[in-house]
Design a protein around this ligand. Structure first.
Ligand SMILES: [Zn+2]
Length: 374
């Protein structure tokens, strides 16, 4: 298989050592992606690997799976509107990250990688540590020392070597790049082309769920197979972009008439995409990062900023910034209907408390409340 640069379109053979474009340093994608083919769904597999024929992995790679994906879609009345919550926190490590990690670790295992590293503020690191443990890969995780103690504990309990880095988030990335220069395989959740190959399956699932093919009754009798709105947090945007690509695949296959409006939520402490939308830019805006409860999405420079902004423009979507006060209110309001998520995920609820959206609304709840206490 090959990787293709998302910026200059240069193609190079896929390998565990290649994590960005050799030509321009841009972020890579899996080249020649398969698209969505409903006839190829392995309907008896209750995980995202039911879409195995559509997921880009090295040829012959066996899934490293713990049942990730096929998360429940739960209808609820929330803030006076009908919302379908996609319970992404019901994943093996308590966060949606397992979608991408399962695909990534499957590739690394196929390639015989024995030592790999990731940098993460928490959930991606925990997911990486867990799937590495499952696969027998020695994992090293570089995380900011100020990250949630519960998340750091989770990373360590899986047996990963945890490097706690003092200072701003970007210092963590620098420390990791030094380790990679020393020979460890960089298996970055943010950079890896395999991440979006995993997260795109959320859209495929929504199509199966919304049309009633799996998981009981259809979400809406008038539905054309996709929600009208898809709301999710944006840090690096891996779930947001995975969903966007998955919906594009569904549209290309003629299964949905139009793309859902993609609504991305950030915190007022770190809103580079919200500011870019407001200013009409096609790259993330330069922002001064402030404190925020939503630590998991506090990224000043999302790597795939161009595609995130394109997704918002193309779908008639938007980006919203919510305050800590709104995040707390959103977390409480969700818990009062039985859904307990961490603050980073509660940004979606905060946005829904403020914005009334017409039609079928899907809100992605990305991380479990058990990962943090307020
Ligand atoms: Zn390039």
């Amino acid at each position: 298989m090959d990787f293709e640069c998302s910026a200059c379109r240069a193609v190079q053979p896929a390998s565990p050592r290649v994590w960005r474009c050799a030509n321009c340093g841009g972020v890579l994608d899996v080249a020649s992606r398969a698209g969505f083919a409903p006839d190829l769904i392995e309907t008896r597999d209750p995980s995202l690997w039911r879409y195995r024929a559509m997921i880009g992995t090295p040829e012959g790679a066996a899934p490293v799976s713990m049942g990730e994906g096929l998360t429940p879609l739960v209808p609820a009345t929330f803030a006076g509107q009908q919302v379908h919550f996609k319970l992404e926190y019901l994943a093996p490590t308590g966060a949606f990250k397992d979608r991408g990690t399962s695909v990534l670790i499957s590739a690394l295992t196929h390639w015989g990688v024995e030592r790999a590293a990731d940098d993460s503020s928490g959930n991606a690191g925990a997911s990486f540590a867990a799937y590495s443990a499952k696969a027998g890969i020695a994992a090293e995780v570089f995380a900011p020392a100020h990250a949630s103690p519960a998340k750091l504990a989770q990373i360590e309990v899986y047996g990963a070597t945890l490097h706690r880095i003092e200072g701003v988030r970007e210092k963590t990335t620098e420390a990791l790049e030094a380790a990679v220069a020393g020979g460890v395989v960089y298996a970055s959740h943010a950079w890896s082309p395999f991440t979006l190959e995993g997260t795109k399956t959320i859209a495929y699932e929504l199509w199966e769920q919304v049309t009633g093919r799996v998981g009981g009754a259809a979400a809406s009798p008038q539905s054309n197979g996709a929600p009208d709105y898809f709301v999710s947090p944006i840090g690096q945007g891996s779930l947001f972009l995975g969903a966007y690509r998955g919906f594009k695949d569904l549209a290309a296959a003629g299964l949905i008439g139009r793309l859902p409006r993609m609504i991305g939520v950030q915190s007022t402490g770190c809103p580079p995409i919200v500011e870019a939308v407001r200013q009409g830019r096609d790259r993330a805006a330069d922002i001064e990062k402030g404190p925020s409860l939503a630590e998991g999405i506090a990224l000043a420079r999302p790597i795939r900023d161009r595609e995130i902004l394109q997704a918002i423009r193309e779908t008639g979507g938007d980006a919203v910034a919510v305050s800590d006060e709104e995040i707390r209110a959103g977390q409480r309001a969700l818990a009062r209907i039985g859904l307990y998520v961490e603050p980073t995920s509660a940004v979606v609820a905060a946005a829904l408390l403020r914005c009334r959206l017409p039609g079928v609304v899907v809100g992605a709840l990305t991380g479990s409340g058990l990962k943090s206490t307020m």
